[in-house]
Design a protein around this ligand. Structure first.
Ligand SMILES: Nc1ncnc2c1ncn2[C@@H]1O[C@H](COP(=O)(O)OP(=O)(O)OP(=O)(O)O)[C@@H](O)[C@H]1O
Ligand SMILES: [Mg+2]
Length: 320
């Protein structure tokens, strides 16, 4: 099951994503964290230690031809990596992925930090600017998630870019639960309103997690503005401040009220159910949009032909 952390710049997306991921890992549950922000801070927030964790992992967006060749596998509808855009859906012959750390993709791209396995999308570099089909590094995460068959009891925790930038692609529809991290400020709840408007009609389960809460007035403010969407709230945390200064401790030692919020978040995610058919319809919808907007022109082909009409990814398919 997949959870994304979104919200205003500086609201605490990376901090809360890292806490949830480390909490799950400390409980021995299978978890993969993904840094889908082009400003890469998740590894640090997870507590990456150069001595024990080694160098940062290879970026998922750094070698798109390899990633695309790997994912298209033997799919006859996708003749080359060049013909594959960030929204190209899997079909028969495509390589579907799982979270097994021994898998080829995981061995190539995953690093570990603070006991959590994680992937990073990569930062922008000069070569990305003005290149039509590779203009978004987060496209690599979209491709990855569109080919991932994850199930209940497996967790993918994604730290997203700030504000409405997440809507630059279909990535915002790829999650079972989207948590908007929100400080009790007008700008914080304004981002929630904007996000809810953009996400409407796309089947996004959007909840709000208050952050840096000082008192009951802060909570009342959030309640008044987001109502039942409020899932819970983190108080301003001395533990987080200490971690920020380099004193990384087990999440088991986080303030009890904040630890309880982590359980609330995980329970909300566990309560979600993936509808694979609806999920795949979303994949196709965004592919057709991208094909019409720029993909067909960029690749000089009708990319609608990449859609395999009889195919829906999911666990039953993997067992075949
Ligand atoms: N509950 C908290 N208590 C104390 N400090 C916090 C809390 N949550 C986040 N912070 C601090 O707030 C700052 C911003 O947090 P963070 O980097 O997680 O935000 P972000 O939303 O990921 O930012 P960006 O938009 O830049 O990616 C950091 O210094 C972090 O340590
Ligand atoms: Mg961040």
């Amino acid at each position: 099951m997949r959870i994304a952390f979104v919200g205003k710049g500086g609201s605490g997306k990376t901090t809360t994503a890292a806490l949830v991921a480390r909490h799950l890992a400390e409980q021995g549950r299978p978890v993969l964290a993904i840094d889908a922000d082009i400003n890469q801070h998740l590894g640090q927030a997870l507590g990456a230690c150069p001595d024990t964790d080694g160098p940062p992992p290879r970026a998922l967006g750094a070698d798109l031809p390899w990633l695309k060749d790997h994912l298209r596998g033997a799919n006859p509808r996708i003749p080359s990596a060049e013909a594959m855009i960030k929204t190209t859906p899997p079909g028969r012959g495509s390589r579907l992925l799982d979270l097994d750390p021994g898998g080829e993709l995981m061995r190539r791209y995953a690093g570990t930090a603070g006991g959590v396995r994680y992937l990073v999308t990569g930062e922008f570099d000069e070569a990305d600017i003005g290149v039509s089909c590779y203009h978004s590094k987060t496209g690599a995460v979209e491709l990855y998630l569109n080919h991932l068959v994850d199930g209940p009891g497996e967790y993918v925790v994604v730290d997203m870019t700030a504000g409405a930038d997440a809507f630059a692609s279909g990535l915002f529809t790829r999650f079972d639960l989207t948590v908007l991290v929100c400080e009790p400020t007008r700008r914080g709840v304004g981002v929630h309103r904007q996000y809810a408007e953009h996400a409407a009609g796309h089947g996004v389960a959007l909840r709000v997690l208050g952050n840096k809460i000082d008192d009951s007035e802060d909570v009342a403010f959030l309640h008044a503005h987001v109502g039942d969407a409020l899932l819970g709230w983190f108080t301003r945390s001395a533990w987080v401040r200490a971690a920020e200064r380099g004193a990384v401790a087990p999440v088991a030692t986080l303030e009890p009220e904040n630890r309880a919020v982590l359980d609330t978040v995980v329970a909300a995610l566990d309560a979600c159910e993936r509808d694979w058919a609806a999920y795949h319809r979303g994949t196709i919808e965004f592919h057709l949009r991208n094909a019409a907007a720029w993909g067909n022109r960029a690749v000089d082909a009708d990319l609608a032909a990449q859609i395999d009409p009889d195919f829906v990814p999911g666990p039953s398919l993997q067992e075949v």
